[in-house]
Ligand binder design. Structure first.
Ligand code: AP5
Length: 212
């Protein structure tokens, strides 16, 4: 069965997804990662998405839903972790339609990672990523052994353009307006589970593991 993992920016969705993939043998679909890859490769989708992503705004539903449709079309086998998708009510409805239309493994749980706002700001401003393999670090809680160099592949680390304080504020607003209402959406469907996202990454994962 598939899982929706949602929560505010910086809640730890990407970090936990990596472990969920390994443990739960599921395929990870992160719309944020897909947009960043398209932006890096300067594809038409990437060029279109860049203006939204860099400014902390949501990419329009039609583009985002079309992207997920393409990804599922290329591989609909097995179970999925939907990370950062859906992020609006129309996306949530579209995901259900895609699942039934394409025969994709249905959603068993919608896991919401709960983290207070002041912690989110600290996590996001301190985040660093590897330019080559995408590994995620944090200057305080998960630093690289050698500053600026990825432990995993030796690539250079960088700070996301949308991890500046002013863009984070816009992302948090977009989250409050469009994504937070999904809590109620999934509560009504009986799929909603709240996970305490505080504590180290092992502790958070131990709370998620029973739902894999
Ligand atoms: P996306 O990349 O999905 O950004 P986000 O939702 O804002 O989430 P983040 O990637 O910032 O955070 P995360 O929750 O994955 O946290 P992480 O594990 O990295 O989307 C980017 C943009 O793309 C959006 O703004 C939008 O423009 C567009 N977009 C994407 N999907 C879209 C959609 N469906 N519709 C429309 N537009 C869309 O952790 C953060 C940091 O904290 C890291 O440094 C990590 O090391 C650290 N950390 C993690 N867990 C812990 C812990 N337990 N303790 C201490 N530190 C921790």
């Amino acid at each position: 069965m598939s899982i929706v993992l949602f929560g505010p920016p910086g809640a730890g969705k990407g970090t936990q997804s990596e472990r969920m993939v390994k443990e739960g043998k599921k395929t990870h679909i992160s719309t944020g990662d897909l947009f960043r890859a398209a932006m890096k490769n300067k594809t038409p989708l990437g060029i279109e998405a860049k203006g939204y992503v860099d400014n902390g705004q949501l990419v329009p539903d039609s583009i985002t839903i079309g992207l997920v449709r393409e990804v599922l079309d290329a591989n609909k086998e097995g179970d999925f972790i939907f990370d950062g998708f859906p992020r609006t009510s129309p996306q949530a409805e579209a995901l259900e339609e895609l699942i039934s239309e394409m025969g994709v493994s249905p959603i068993q749980h919608a896991l919401f990672l709960e983290v207070p706002k002041q912690v989110l700001m600290e996590r996001l401003t301190g985040r660093r990523l590897c330019k080559d393999c995408g590994a995620v670090y944090h200057v305080k809680s998960a630093p690289t052994a050698k500053e600026g160099i990825c432990d995993r592949c030796g690539g250079e680390t960088y700070q996301r353009k949308d991890d500046s304080e002013d863009v984070i504020a816009t992302r948090l607003e977009a989250y409050a307006k469009s994504t937070e209402p999904l809590k109620e959406y999934y509560q009504q469907k009986g799929l909603y589970i709240e996970i305490d996202g505080l504590g180290d990454t092992d502790s958070v994962f131990s709370r998620i593991k029973p739902y894999l």
